[in-house]
Design a protein around this ligand. Structure first.
Ligand SMILES: [Zn+2]
Length: 255
């Protein structure tokens, strides 16, 4: 069994074939999927999907790309829904925008506070901004946990994230040709600290690069990690699923 810990099934891309996408996921051993919200509208759809389909869970948050038109005011009314398993996706993105950095930081810090208050993990987005996000989280060491989703920094930063108590989210780019940093991270970071994800509909792995991504393709990420670490696919499935259950407390498992 595999958990796709990061999929945006709450976007238009899946409106016409959701049932087929979920069936295809199950056929490929992806039995549980975490649907990631980015603003009020997608947060609400994520919860609705999770209430409709047993295999789906939801997160609610304000993505750094949405801070100009969204606040965190609506989050507390959604957080207590029983299928909400994390706060996010939230964080800092300095690849696309630097001019609103202060606003991005404020909205991220508000969500870190919510994670602490409600004892929920954080799903964190960083792009050209690991250091900035890390500095926001450092005062909360031991108080909040979560995942650096779609990890895109180097091995040194991956080790700092793990030391902070966070997981490393690995997805499609690990299968790309120019993935030297990611390969080094997977080689050197213990599987106990790694989560697998797709970030659907983005970042489809090889051999589907450039096409619409979907949760079924998590298996290509799992296979690549097994190849890099020279261990069995089953071992990768088992450990990353255990990690996902531990972090997100799926199905009420709290160990
Ligand atoms: Zn995402």
């Amino acid at each position: 069994m595999i958990v796709d810990t990061h999929a945006h099934l709450n976007t238009e891309e899946y409106q016409s074939d959701m049932i087929e996408v979920l069936e295809s996921a199950r056929t490929n051993h992806v039995d549980q999927i975490i649907v990631i919200g980015m603003d009020k509208a997608t947060n609400e759809i994520a919860i609705k999907l999770a209430q409709t389909h047993e295999m789906l869970f939801a997160t609610v948050g304000v993505h750094p790309g949405y801070v100009d038109h969204e606040t965190t005011d609506h989050l507390e009314s959604l957080i207590t829904n029983e299928k909400v398993v994390a706060i996010g996706e939230c964080g800092i993105d300095l690849h696309w925008r630097q001019d609103n950095y202060n606003l991005q930081k404020t909205i991220f810090l508000e969500q870190i506070e919510l994670a602490k208050k409600y004892k929920l993990p954080l799903v964190i987005h960083t792009r050209s901004s690991f250091e900035e996000a890390y500095q926001c989280l450092l005062p909360y060491k031991g108080l909040v946990t979560g995942v650096f989703h779609c990890f895109s920094s180097n091995l040194l930063d991956a080790k700092r994230a793990v030391e902070l108590g966070f997981y490393i989210g690995i997805d499609g780019p690990i299968t790309f040709k120019k993935a030297a940093d990611l390969v080094e991270i997977v080689e050197n970071i213990d599987l106990k600290h790694i989560l697998v994800e797709t970030d659907s509909p983005y970042l489809a792995p090889m051999p589907f690069r450039g096409k619409r991504n979907e949760p079924a393709y998590t298996k290509y990420v799992v296979e690549k990690i097994a190849e890099i670490k020279k261990i069995s696919v089953e071992e990768v499935m088992n450990q990353t699923t255990e990690n996902a259950y531990h972090l997100f407390k799926l199905g009420g498992i709290t160990s």
